[in-house]
Design a protein around this ligand. Structure first.
Ligand code: GDP
Ligand code: MN
Length: 378
């Protein structure tokens, strides 16, 4: 899950990373109060979950309350690079000497954390990384050793910073956020050096590993109580604890286990179809779970046909079949469905499905061909 800039900055502040004084508003009527708090000149920043706001006109410096009101009025309700703007962050303007880039993420290829940094941060970081990748500083952190002084000293040297203390606190903060929240990215771009020589996080980007939902339920639920740019299906899937990704095709996919679900998507693609989603119900799913998963796809207007591919190990095929039948009973909508069900209690499962007129396959290839054909006919 991606956090908004203002949410990330609240977390930064809790971890001792300096941020500009700021207030979030969701209406222009709150602007005078906010400006009174942050002072003038101020910066108004559209809160959306896409990057590149600066270049798209989502970050503006204002010199009066009226100007701030005008800016906020034109931002709220508009969209920025396709994302609706519901909130605006108003901050004190900072006098910038240098803009740096600093982030912490996971380098899966070596199973370590990695600090990425650059002396040239700001809105052009992507081009800089593409043009001169060698200018990006990379410092790996072995999670078993953790963050140490030498990491930060090297960073200080590479970024040509004269002072260690502030930088240490910032990196320490990023590292703690990463661990405490199960983040997979914590980014500050730009991290600025002010004219007075202070280090301040002018922007924030934090993404949290959705698989860690169960460890931070309260935190996630609080975030979810805010309007976010998630699809209906993603919200429901998260509530039920499914691993779900919405895609742009028309064949709804349900599998048990990430590997089987991905293989199912590959099969559909192989036969010329286009998956509408990835949905893994996990191992040992009971009828309730199957029913909930299926209901997500039945409610999805983009799904024209459904392919359920379950390999019954711990999962019992009869439970799966009952879940399917119950979901269909509960929903007014019917969609053509292809079920491939093999393994534990396969015979019982087949019987239940056939009693309800649901086509049953043993071969996943045949099932995939069939569902692609159905979706094609529409
Ligand atoms: P992004 O484009 O979505 O990454 O938005 P940022 O929050 O990174 O802002 C983009 C750019 O606006 C920054 O790189 C700065 O150059 C500029 N900017 C943002 N806040 C301030 C500020 O307080 N003072 C000044 N002078 N520039 C700012
Ligand atoms: Mn930025």
């Amino acid at each position: 899950m991606k956090l908004y800039e203002y949410e990330g900055k609240e977390i930064f502040a809790r971890y001792g990373i300096a941020i500009p004084k700021g207030r979030v508003v969701s209406s222009h009527s709150e602007v005078p109060e906010a400006i009174k708090y942050v002072g003038l000149p101020a910066v108004v920043k559209a809160q959306v979950l896409v990057g590149g706001r600066g270049k798209a006109g989502g970050v503006k410096i204002v010199n009066s309350v009226d100007e701030a009101i005008d800016r906020v009025k034109s931002m709220i309700g508009s969209s920025l690079r396709g994302a609706p703007v519901r909130k605006v962050l108003i901050e004190e303007a900072v006098d910038i000497d240098r803009e740096l880039y600093l982030s912490l993420t996971v380098d899966r290829s070596v199973r370590r954390y990695i600090i990425l940094a650059s002396r040239e941060g700001g809105v052009d970081i992507e081009e800089i990384a593409a043009r001169s990748p060698e200018s990006i500083v990379r410092i790996h952190i072995d999670p078993l050793i953790g963050l140490r002084d030498f990491h930060v000293r090297r960073l200080m040297y590479e970024l040509d910073l004269p002072e260690y203390g502030d930088l240490y606190n910032i990196v320490r903060g990023l590292y703690s956020i990463m661990l405490d929240l199960d983040a997979d990215l914590v980014e500050i771009n730009p991290l600025v050096i002010t004219r007075e020589g202070r280090l301040i996080a002018l922007d924030s980007k934090i993404t949290i590993d959705d698989n860690a939902y169960f460890r931070h339920q309260e935190f996630f639920d609080k975030l979810m109580s805010e309007e976010r740019d998630l699809t209906e299906e993603e919200i429901v899937a998260r509530k039920y604890g499914f691993s779900y990704v919405k895609l742009d095709g028309d064949i709804g996919i349900i599998g048990n286990g990430a590997g089987l679900t991905m293989a199912t998507m590959d099969l559909v693609r192989h036969f010329g179809g286009s998956p509408a989603n990835f949905l893994d119900i996990g191992g040992g799913a009971n009828r309730e779970r199957v029913k909930n998963a299926l209901s997500i796809l039945l409610n999805d207007r983009n799904v024209r046909a459904i392919f359920i591919n379950v390999y019954g190990g711990i999962t019992r095929c009869d439970e799966v079949a009952i879940g399917i039948v119950e979901a269909l009973k509960e929903h007014g909508t019917q969609k053509p469905m292809v079920v491939r069900l093999v393994g534990t209690e396969e015979e019982k499962g087949r019987q239940i499905l056939e009693e309800h007129g649901i086509k049953f396959y043993v071969s996943d290839e045949e099932a995939a061909k069939a569902v692609v054909e159905i979706a094609r006919r529409g």
